[in-house]
Design a protein around this ligand. Structure first.
Ligand SMILES: [Zn+2]
Length: 212
C-alpha cells in the first residue's frame, strides 16, 4: 500500500502537473483503438512494455487471460467488457496476450492443484478448450514446458472464444475488427504474435530470434 501511495504522490507532483491539459481532456471521453486482454500476473506490466498513455488502450485482465464463450455461464464481467469495447468504443483490434510461466496455465493442466480453490477451478473450466488441445497434442514434456505450450495455445483458443461473442463476430465479419494472439516470454522479454500465414508464433520485432 505504501508503494502505491508514494507513486501516486509522485504522479500528482510531477506527471500530472507537467501534463495538465492532456489529463483534463480525458474527462471528455475515450476512443481507444485497441483492446488488450492479458493476465493479472503482477510481472506483466503492459503500460511499461508498450508505453501507452491513458485513453489509448482498453484493458481487460484476469487469471490466465481467459475469454469465456458467450452464453457459457462463467462470464463474470468479461462479456460486458468485450461487448462495450466492440459495440460502443468500436475498437479496431483485440489482442489476447498470454505469457510463459503462467500460474493459471499450470493449474489448468493440473486441476488437482486447485482442488481447494473452487473459484479458480470453476474459472479455469472456461479454458477447457486449451486444456484439451494441449493434452491431446502428444507433446512430451514436463508440466512447466507444457504450461508454456498452453500459454500459446490458450491465446489462440481465446480468439475462438471471442468469435462466439455476437458483437465480435459481427465486427470481424464486417472487416472492422482484427483479432491477435500474442505471448510474452518472461524469460527473454520477447513478445511473439501468431502468424496465420505461417501457422507459427513469431517475434513481433523482425530482428528477434524465433524460439518456438
Ligand atoms: Zn498468468
Amino acid at each position: 500500500m505504501k508503494l502505491l501511495l508514494e507513486r501516486y504522490k509522485e504522479f500528482r507532483n510531477s506527471v500530472l502537473s507537467a501534463n495538465r491539459e492532456f489529463y483534463e481532456n480525458l474527462v471528455q471521453g475515450q476512443e481507444p483503438e485497441t483492446m488488450l486482454i492479458t493476465c493479472s500476473d503482477s510481472r506483466i506490466c503492459p503500460e511499461s512494455m508498450f508505453g501507452y498513455k491513458p485513453g489509448e488502450v482498453f484493458v481487460l485482465r484476469n487469471a490466465g487471460n481467459i475469454v469465456p464463450s458467450y452464453g457459457g455461464g462463467s462470464s463474470g464481467g468479461e462479456v460486458a467488457t468485450i461487448e462495450y469495447a466492440v459495440a460502443v468504443l468500436k475498437v479496431k483490434h483485440i489482442v489476447v496476450c498470454g505469457h510463459t510461466g503462467c500460474g493459471a496455465m499450470k493449474a489448468l493442466l493440473d486441476p488437482q492443484s486447485v482442488s481447494s480453490l473452487p473459484g479458480v477451478a470453476e474459472w479455469l473450466r472456461s479454458a477447457e478448450n486449451t486444456r484439451r488441445v494441449v493434452m491431446e497434442s502428444n507433446v512430451k514434456a514436463d508440466l512447466a514446458q507444457l504450461a508454456s505450450v498452453a500459454s500459446r495455445e490458450n491465446a489462440l483458443c481465446q480468439l475462438d472464444n471471442l468469435r462466439t461473442h455476437p458483437a465480435v463476430a459481427s465486427a470481424v465479419r464486417q472487416g472492422n475488427l482484427q483479432l491477435h494472439a500474442w505471448v510474452y516470454k518472461l524469460e527473454d522479454h520477447v513478445v511473439e504474435a501468431w502468424n496465420p500465414e505461417t501457422n507459427r508464433f513469431e517475434p513481433v520485432m523482425a530482428e528477434e530470434k524465433v524460439a518456438v
